[in-house]
Design a protein around this ligand. Structure first.
Ligand code: 26Q
Length: 823
């Protein structure tokens, strides 16, 4: 696809021009960062035309629009991705080459915007990519955090967090849109008035504090279709700039307070992943971006429509987990208090506009806000929730007369708390899980009562990922190979075509090519590791990779205990045949998650011992990659041989890393959890390594009080030894206390939590056996190549394009847009 707007000569001129006007420099004088800025502005120039054309098309077609409401958008770097989606990557690379500039080095100058924690935030980013590529009208609505996810440094084996000052050099792709600012109000009290003129009760918020929400728009470029959607993230600004006269009027205190509120509200992303902490500031963040986004959506709708009753025909709000669930009450508030509708009309509109996605079944991740905190911060929103709850409980009692147990279990307000998931389910017209198994567990366990009362709301949408970033951009060698073998580039927008690779599964030449690409990607990762960790790893060894947030349920501890076990085996049986392995980890721990941080330290300590033991001849290496994030993830997936997806069954809602590994030809070593189940279904059990308890077994044990890890500890000598090594100083220079907590967590019940809650020792043997099978399989070079290739060939289902089309068909019912531009 030739794009004349990136015609080399003109593009070079544009870059030169930008360097000159931005920095008063020539290309040769400019720093790499300045070149990055200049190139980005040149690319933005082209994007803007498509962006305008898309918005014009929206005005003409008046399509239904989805507002994807999310506290997190983990976008990753924009430059390379935008070039890919504008089908101009190659041309621009060549143009820059001719100027003596290396595009890859320029791309590395871009900060990796980390406005998200992990899976949920990255999913939102993949969804935006697919929405634009499929030609649907969509807005991502979120927060422009001043500091995103912290940067992770490893010092002396410990995680150290430093702030992520991602805006330091300016963000070339964003547009500040001051003219669309909205006021958001917090606190105060509600005065109830009777308005004789309209015969209505009015609710007036008084003595509140407010901030101004200023939108920044970022373009979201569709692949090869000139469609550019918008990610709208909100910054906060004080409404009255600090003025002397307010001091005179005695409002000094308030003026300062509002300045502070504005500054703190968008200051930083909470780094908790799958864990709820009831912090007031977090609730402020939620209401801040939700209120601004809903106000903006309503104003936009009203510009070209006069009947709010028809809002659901044009607008749908998708709530990414419960984090933006105040949206339902805020929409009600606007319809009731500002638009003057009655309760029933407002409720009818709201419940046809809002839909909810659940991303977790873990109790500790469920949002429950203390009522006093909630009602003080959002007094009017709280009143509305009370009324929603009152009316809902009337329905529950009608349906289950005399069953007060049901009422307690299902209430939105209970025990001094606002249960956000219940609010989202009651007010949403759709409730979806993110993988088939996850949705089944929601329906039959966690949300059973709601499913029984309103089964029609529940549906599954198995997650997906974008092949544009995770194959085209991250693994260009494989991408080109796929295009050559399939004889078409169409897989870029139709991943089901990958099944056409199956016919090469027994073709020795194709298999050799496939593994050669893997090898070259392993060399690229080895170079990255040497540069960043100073560790030499052998690209011929098996690259066994676990990269994801650090969480006990994801069981990085199981992985590293198994490494300790292998090390013992090698030491005890030096003659034993052992295929060299490199265990690669990458994980951030939430700053306050002490046990997670201990596990990071343990991984690094094991690495120190193992990597420096010359007696094992480099058979085993352990590498902890610092600051795992989207940009280095792309390099890591491309180089992986084995994909570790070893969560305790039933705990991982879906997982999306598993899909990125599969796409890049790495078989899964995993439990039957989340989307692993569907991956195995697609690729065949013979091309994966499955182990461990099933979700039913786990849930069963949990319902009967757990199991007895001590039995395993006492009966299995290898496990016994490994567990003891946590406290015998082997990995802590003789310090017996450093890993005592991990040791205890495996063996003894501890106030409230059971010994080995995540069934690590229970699954250990079966994990070790699966690992043994991996080694055996890898020794068979061609057999392994076939498995790897089939993983790539069978990944078609796991594109976010498929996921988004299902959301559109079943939930959103959006209209497709065709953007026409003259080129
Ligand atoms: C909640 C309250 C206060 C502070 C933080 C939070 C919070 C923040 C992030 C709670 C949860 C999250 C993130 C959850 C998450 O990433 N879940 C993952 O979502 C993926 C996409 O659906 C799934 O693939 C993963 O299985 C799931 O763990």
């Amino acid at each position: 696809m030739y794009n004349p707007r990136f015609e080399k000569k003109a593009f070079k001129k544009e870059v030169e021009h930008n360097v000159k006007t931005l920095y008063r420099k020539t290309i040769d004088e400019a720093t790499p960062q300045q070149l990055f800025q200049a190139v980005s502005y040149a690319v933005k120039e082209v994007i803007i035309d498509d962006w305008i054309a898309t918005q014009d098309q929206f005005k003409k077609d008046d399509p239904k629009t989805v507002y994807y409401m999310s506290m997190e958008f983990l976008m990753g770097r924009a430059l390379g991705n935008n070039l890919i989606n504008m089908t101009a990557y190659r041309e621009v690379k060549e143009a820059l080459d001719e100027m003596g500039i290396d595009l890859n080095a320029i791309e590395d100058q871009e900060p990796d915007p980390a406005l998200g924690n992990g899976g949920l935030g990255r999913l939102a980013a993949c969804f935006l990519d697919s929405l634009a590529t499929l030609g649907y009208a969509a807005y991502g609505c979120g927060i422009r955090y001043r500091y995103g996810m912290f940067k992770q440094k490893i010092e002396n084996g410990y995680q150290v967090e430093t702030p992520d000052d991602w805006l330091k050099e300016g963000n070339p792709f964003e547009l500040r849109r001051e003219e669309y600012a909205k006021e958001v109000r917090f606190g105060g009290n509600i005065r109830v008035e009777y308005d004789d003129a309209t015969n209505r009760t009015k609710f007036v918020q008084e003595n509140y504090e407010s901030v101004l929400a200023i939108p920044y728009d970022m373009p979201v470029v569709g692949y090869g279709n000139h469609h550019v959607n918008t990610l709208r993230i909100w910054d906060a600004q004080a409404i009255t700039n600090f003025q002397l006269d307010s001091f005179d009027r005695g409002d000094y205190h308030k003026a300062v307070e509002q300045e502070n509120l504005a500054k703190t509200i968008v200051e930083v992303l909470y780094p908790n992943d799958n864990h709820y902490a009831g912090k007031e500031l977090r609730l402020k963040q939620q209401y801040f971006f939700v209120s601004a986004s809903i106000q903006a959506a309503i104003s936009k709708y009203k510009k070209s429509h006069d009947d709010l009753h028809k809002l659901p025909e044009k607008v749908v709000f998708q709530m990414n987990d419960t984090h933006p669930t105040v949206a339902v009450a805020e929409l009600m508030r606007i319809l009731l208090d500002e638009e003057g509708l009655g309760w029933n009309e407002a409720w009818d509109i709201t419940t046809h506009c809002c839909a909810y996605t659940n991303h977790t079944i873990m109790a500790e991740a469920l949002e429950k806000w203390p009522i006093d905190l909630f009602s003080k911060l959002l007094p009017r929103v709280y009143q509305i929730i009370q009324e929603i709850d009152r009316r809902f409980l009337i329905q529950v009692r009608e349906m289950y007369p005399g069953n007060e147990e049901k009422v307690r279990k299902m209430a939105i307000l209970y025990n001094g708390q606002v249960r956000m998931a219940h609010l989202a389910i009651v007010a949403g017209f759709s409730v979806n899980g993110v993988a088939r198994l996850h949705t089944e567990i929601l329906k039959h366990q966690e949300l059973k009562d709601f499913y029984e009362m309103m089964p029609e709301k529940f549906n599954n949408k198995t997650n997906g990922i974008t092949q544009r970033r995770f194959l085209m951009h991250g693994n260009p060698l494989l991408a080109d190979w796929v295009t050559e073998k399939l004889g078409t580039k169409n897989w870029i927008t139709d991943l089901s075509l990958m099944s056409g690779l199956k016919k090469y599964a027994d073709d020795p030449k194709a298999l050799a090519e496939f593994m050669d690409i893997k090898y070259r990607n392993k060399e690229r990762l080895a170079a990255y590791i040497l540069k960043h960790n100073g560790i030499e790893v052998d690209p011929r060894s098996i690259f066994d990779v676990q990269v994801k947030r650090l969480h006990e349920y994801k069981r990085q501890l199981l992985n590293i205990l198994h490494v300790m076990y292998l090390y013992n085996q090698i030491k005890e049986h030096p003659e034993m045949s052992f295929y060299p392995r490199t265990f690669i980890f990458g994980a951030k721990a939430s700053a306050g998650y002490i046990r997670a941080k201990e596990i990071i330290k343990l991984i690094n300590s094991v690495g120190d011992v193992v990597n420096n033991d010359r007696s094992i001849n480099g058979k085993l290496k352990v590498v902890f990659i610092e600051d795992y994030r989207v940009s280095n993830a792309e390099i890591i997936f491309a180089a992986a041989d084995v994909s570790e997806q070893i969560s305790t069954a039933s705990k991982e809602a879906s997982g999306t890393g598993n899909m990125k590994f599969m796409l890049n030809g790495a078989p899964t070593l995993g439990t039957m959890d989340g989307a692993n189940v569907e991956i195995v279904e697609e690729v065949g059990a013979e091309n994966a390594f499955i182990f461990g308890l099933s979700s039913e077994e786990v849930i069963n044990y949990e319902n009967y009080g757990g199991y007895h890890p001590q039995d395993i500890y006492h009966n299995d000598q290898d496990i016994h030894k490994v567990v003891d090594q946590l406290v015998d100083g082997t990995y802590s220079n003789g310090d017996t206390e450093m890993y005592r907590d991990l040791y205890n967590s495996l063996l003894t019940n501890q106030g409230g939590s059971r010994a080995d809650m995540y069934f690590i020792l229970k699954d250990f043997r079966s994990y070790a056996e699966a690992q043994k099978k991996v080694e055996e399989a890898y020794k068979d070079t061609e057999g392994w190549a076939k498995k790897a290739l089939l993983n790539t060939a069978c990944c078609g289902k796991f594109t976010s394009d498929r996921t988004i089309q299902e959301y559109v068909d079943d939930i959103w019912h959006l209209d497709k847009i065709k953007v026409e531009v003259e080129t």
